[in-house]
Design a protein around this ligand. Sequence first.
Ligand code: ADP
Ligand code: MG
Length: 228
Amino acid sequence: MQSNHIILKICHLSQSLNNNLILKDVNLNFQSSKIYGLVGTNGSGKTTLMKSILGLNYVDSGQIIFKEINIENGQHEIQRAQIGSLIEEPLFPNNYTVQQVLAEQQALLKVKVTRNYLDKLLLLLGLNRKLETKVKNLSLGWRKKLGILRAICNFPQLLLLDEPFNGLDRLSVHQVEEILTFLAQQNTCIVIASHLIQQLQELGAELYWVKNQQITLLRRADKRLADY
Ligand SMILES: Nc1ncnc2c1ncn2[C@@H]1O[C@H](COP(=O)(O)OP(=O)(O)O)[C@@H](O)[C@H]1O
Ligand SMILES: [Mg+2]
């Protein structure tokens, strides 16, 4: 059953990096079961927002509230197990097999998911055929898919994906879209940073424009879409 309650609130968030103000007084609400797209030119602050949500940046001011609990600056580690993320390119221990990567992630986050759920994800991404393959022998696209799988293997309630379609062939893009649609149906709130607006639109994502330290809703007929 789907519910559309607000799961993540960003309130008056200002974020500097090395004394450069990247985001200024940003206010956003994200709902369960919905897909959001962050678009904007390189260096506009998409990755920065995701890192701030994950507690990887020390915020200047403002609050980040996940399920009614403040999580800015990495407080409340316990909530983090419910957030899946892939920020920039995935890193893995090279000698691990695909299976070991997934086992480690599940042990780390201590979240139990059903075998059915994991099998479905493996099958949808075609990674079921690669379980015994060492990560160092995977191509870039397969590593990306493994990064996505690692981000979702614990059935997160909030999923942050930074440029998830980069480096993927058409079939893989389609597989990832299918998985994201499935997760949204299961109530996951999904936030995707991508310059591939078409993919975001295919997913029915609500689009936000990151520019000049601000993040604003981008409507379908918005003239700014023509810049893409
Ligand atoms: N660790 C850092 N220290 C200082 N500045 C940074 C750091 N990381 C990113 N930036 C700067 O923050 C701005 C936003 O970067 P980023 O969030 O990565 O943009 P996007 O993901 O939209 O391409 C850029 O101007 C970038 O140079
Ligand atoms: Mg980025």
